[in-house]
Write a protein that binds this ligand. Structure first.
Ligand SMILES: [Zn+2]
Ligand SMILES: [Zn+2]
Length: 147
């Protein structure tokens, strides 16, 4: 079945754009759609390759800037802690990541006990915690087999 942008994700997108006074252009919708159907947490270049098939003339710089804007207003998330190039996550609901240290695959998973993970007291007292996220690292099934 071809990917379809659900009304729910589209209205989320439109609402976020409106609230942040970002013009909703066909180009922005295409970029958002492509990211939304990506499950590999792509960086701008990887996403640019996919978008070029739909909008042949689009530049990498445009994709890059659009993604940065999306991240700034909270439409997408930056995958933290992987250095450059910056990778993007279309899933803004609570979830955790497994990262393969060999091929850099980032795989989503959900696990309720991690959502409520306990923050050490001294950290809790010192900082204002907004987010708790667990990162597991290791070898994915493909890379694990090669070892
Ligand atoms: Zn791997
Ligand atoms: Zn993710």
């Amino acid at each position: 079945m071809p990917f379809q942008l659900t009304d729910e994700s589209l209205s989320f997108f439109i609402e976020k754009c409106k609230r942040n006074k970002l013009k909703i252009t066909p180009q922005r919708i295409v970029i958002y759609k492509e990211l939304l159907k990506s499950t590999d947490h792509p960086h701008a270049e990887a996403l640019h390759k996919r978008i070029k098939k739909i909008i042949p003339g689009i530049s990498l710089d445009t994709v890059n800037r659009t993604l940065l804007t999306f991240a700034k207003i909270g439409i997408v998330k930056n995958v933290e802690g992987y250095g450059e190039p910056r990778r993007y996550d279309p899933k803004i609901e609570k979830h955790h990541h497994f990262r393969c240290i060999e091929c850099n695959a980032i795989i989503d998973f959900e696990y309720k006990p991690y959502d409520d993970i306990i923050v050490p007291g001294d950290i809790q007292n010192r900082y204002f915690i907004l987010n708790r996220k667990v990162l597991l690292e290791g070898y994915c099934d493909k890379c694990g087999k090669k070892r």
